[in-house]
Design a protein around this ligand. Structure first.
Ligand code: SF4
Ligand code: SF4
Length: 472
């Protein structure tokens, strides 16, 4: 039985409820009256139920589809302005005891060299990331209690936060590691992590079990209920994601929204972010063997419908996607992107020769961070290296209430300008710096509160004269 308030995965992601929602969406895909009603509700910017969102995803009326895209763009603008938060993944270890069929780190893959960073190597990788200008990382590691126990992850987090190299600093470490216990989540919280990220891959239990034939990840319920345990351990910013291409996209779209509803209703805080990765080629993995691949058009529609359904949830797209595709989805709802990512262990210090490809997936966007920053600014976006909220204790429901009241923008915009200024002073090429300084000048005009504006101008001048780390 479907029960959003149940602690059991099979009840809050109830298979029959997903199927009924999909049948409802299919039956109503040309129902103009219903679609208009849903769009009217969506315009209130309070979100939609998974069933309503599924109808929009299936909508077959061209004019209404245009309205869906326009509304997604408007909501993106209202909630997130023109800021795009930047981050980079850091791969700590590719040892893994799971058998995920779509990931080259699966236990049986003997082609790739297994590597785990030592603390000295962590320092070197982080310095390389700091030298690019990154301030926010997402840690990645396979599941292996012998090679990557929680103590190893905690030690790496400590090391990362301790490195102060030139003007560099990693100010927020998000963590993407396997589902674990409440006790371990508590340890991660104490270590000062930002968001705990765990991709569901697919919400379809039968497919999930087939795709994860061996290892602890095979346990669908343990994996799906992980976010509840993370919240019980005190982590209140959690990041959801599915790997589009593994299973029917309509099913997983509905599943991820049901998961978001469950967290919001049962735990009182919805997901902090939703990631929308698509399956990519990698060693021992051929995406063509999975027949659920989705086109760019469907991908854009998914992004737009998630933006409308959960306006308060940040959305992330990685370098799995090409520049052209990222360009399209940015304005539809994406609020965070990675830049200059290396998806192999140790890849920032020593990029791998092609013949030794041990990356978790092939990167489609291979540009440097400077190129990505410049590209964003040329499109009118403000790249932001802001990490202020978690450092100011604005997490979980505190963060959500600021976001819902629209007040967060008073922090986001000034912080974006100041962290961009730091980037321009310390890391940008001359051309990027010129574009950026002009952009900051223009964006200062958007700040309506004269006191805030005055303080931002003062902080910008301080940054120019060498001081760092101002925030609202
Ligand atoms: Fe291991 Fe994660 Fe890859 Fe699965 S997806 S094989 S758990 S690293
Ligand atoms: Fe994110 Fe908070 Fe910074 Fe806004 S102020 S960009 S919500 S960390």
């Amino acid at each position: 039985m479907y029960n959003v308030m149940s602690p059991k995965a099979e009840e809050f992601i109830n298979h029959e409820e997903v199927l009924e929602s999909l049948a409802y969406a299919e039956a109503n895909k040309n129902n103009r009256e219903l679609i208009e009603k849903i769009l009217e509700k969506a315009k209130e910017r309070k979100g939609l139920s998974h069933r309503e969102a599924a109808v929009l995803l299936d909508c077959g009326l061209e004019d209404k589809n245009q309205e869906i895209f326009a509304l997604a763009q408007q909501i993106k603008k209202d909630f997130y302005g023109n800021r795009i938060v930047m981050f980079a993944p850091l791969y700590l270890s590719n040892y893994c005891i799971n058998g995920c069929e779509y990931c080259p780190y699966h236990l049986k893959n003997k082609h790739i060299a297994r590597k785990k960073l030592t603390q000295e190597e962590v320092v070197k990788e982080v310095m390389a990331l700091q030298d690019m200008g990154h301030k926010r990382l997402a840690l990645e590691a396979g599941e292996d209690p012998v090679h990557n126990p929680i103590e190893y992850i905690l030690e790496c987090i400590d090391t990362i936060y301790s490195i102060k190299h030139k003007n560099g600093a990693i100010r927020r470490v998000n963590v993407n590691i396997a589902a674990t216990t409440v006790e371990n989540y508590r340890k991660l919280k104490e270590a000062g992590i930002g968001t705990y990220i765990l991709f569901q891959e697919t919400y379809h239990k039968e497919s999930y079990e087939k795709l994860h034939p061996t290892g602890p990840k095979h346990d669908y319920a343990y994996h799906t209920e992980a976010m509840d345990r993370a919240m019980d351990g005190g982590i209140d910013d959690v990041g959801l994601g599915v790997l589009f291409g593994l299973n029917n996209y309509r099913y997983d779209f509905t599943g991820i929204l049901m998961h978001a509803e469950h967290l919001e209703r049962y735990k009182g805080v919805g997901p902090h972010t939703i990631s929308v990765p698509r399956l990519r080629r990698a060693d021992d993995i051929d995406p063509d063997v999975f027949d659920n691949g989705i086109s760019d058009e469907i991908f854009e529609k998914i992004v737009a419908c998630i933006r409308i359904a959960v306006p308060y949830t940040g959305m992330i797209v990685s370098t799995r996607e090409s520049k052209a595709c990222r360009e399209k989805v940015l304005h539809l709802g994406i609020s965070q992107i990675s830049g200059a990512s290396r998806t192999s262990v140790g890849g920032y210090v020593e990029p791998e020769p092609e013949e030794e490809n041990s990356a978790q997936f092939d990167v489609s966007d291979n540009r440097t961070l400077d190129e990505v920053v410049r590209w964003l600014m040329e499109m009118g976006y403000v790249p932001s290296f802001c990490t202020a909220c978690y450092r100011e204790g604005r997490t979980g429901d505190r963060f959500m209430s600021l976001l819902k009241s629209g007040q967060i923008v008073n922090c986001c915009h000034p912080n974006a300008l100041m962290t961009l200024k730091e980037y321009l002073e310390d890391y940008a090429s001359q051309g990027t710096k010129e574009i950026g300084d002009k952009l900051i000048e223009k964006e200062l005009e958007v700040i309506t509160n004269p006191k805030v504006k005055e303080r931002v101008m003062e902080y910008l001048a301080n940054i120019h004269s060498g001081q760092r780390d101002f925030r609202f």
